[in-house]
Design a protein around this ligand. Structure first.
Ligand code: ATP
Ligand code: MG
Length: 244
């Protein structure tokens, strides 16, 4: 199995406070990993650290991507390697239209200008798949977007940028059943390419209705305390996190 991401004994601090206390995680190409855990257990911190958000300082341990040590690399270098992250609460970017944002992001990640024609065609197709009407491409990124529309625009971004590893920090809150299905299908489509991998943070399994999780990890107080298969999600849904 081809190794994509390897996190080794990762300790992470914000200021003086240690939030992650020794995380080990290996993600191979083609795998779906789900991370669960109660509020404040460190899930978003783990994702942010893998994406190199500078607020989160690695005080011990290493992060490898395709066998290269990326622990000290900046966010844009990691993006160019093929790591993508969607945020739990994405920002509005007033003054920047969604289509320009996507085109410029793609150019930065790929290191060359995409053909406008091919880009527009891909954009149109992906927007149709997500049930986003064409005029969203002309609107400022996330400004006035509903919760569901923001989620869809993130999935759109993931599909346009076509990373090797997508880190999806899902709120699940405020998405109606149709939006959950569309987002879930978007992730499933992305995974149709057998080389692609995702790590999904979610509290509910509805988002995984069409996606088979290879591994489910439960985070508690900055450590992975349990790793299992799909069935671990059922157990959590029935019994909560107390027993972990
Ligand atoms: N930028 C930050 N500044 C200060 N503290 C932070 C920061 N980011 C995270 N923390 C703290 O680290 C702990 C873990 O937070 P994190 O956001 O990783 O939790 P989570 O598991 O994603 O929770 P949730 O399910 O609520 O999203 C929390 O106590 C949080 O307050
Ligand atoms: Mg979080």
């Amino acid at each position: 199995m081809d190794n994509l991401l390897k996190v080794e004994d990762l300790h992470v601090k914000v200021g003086d406070r240690e939030i992650l206390k020794g995380i080990d995680l290996v993600v191979n190409k083609g795998e779906v990993h789900v991370i669960m855990g109660s509020n404040g257990s460190g899930k978003s911190t783990l994702m942010n650290t893998i994406m190199a958000n500078p607020v989160y300082k690695v005080s011990q341990g290493k992060i490898y991507f395709e066998d290269e040590d990326i622990t000290e690399e900046s966010v844009d270098k990691r993006a160019r390697r093929g790591i993508f992250m969607s945020f739990q609460s994405p920002d509005e970017i007033p003054g920047v239209k969604l289509n320009d944002f996507l085109r410029i992001s793609k150019e930065q990640v790929e290191g060359k200008k995409p053909s406008i024609l091919a880009f527009n065609k891909q954009l149109q197709r992906e927007m149709e798949d997500l049930n986003l009407s064409e005029d969203y491409a002309q609107r400022y990124v996330n400004v006035g977007f509903s919760g569901g529309e923001r989620k869809k625009s993130e999935i759109l971004q993931m599909k346009i940028l076509d990373p090797k590893l997508a880190l999806l920090d899902e709120t699940d809150s405020g998405l109606d059943v149709d939006a959950v299905r569309i987002v879930s299908n978007g992730i499933r489509d992305f995974l149709e390419n057998e080389e692609k991998s995702v790590i999904i943070i979610t509290h509910h399994r509805e988002l995984l209705q069409n996606i088979k999780a290879d591994y489910v990890h439960i985070l508690k107080d900055g450590k992975i305390l349990q790793t299992g298969d799909d069935s671990l999600m059922d157990k959590i849904e029935k019994e909560g996190y107390e027993w972990v």
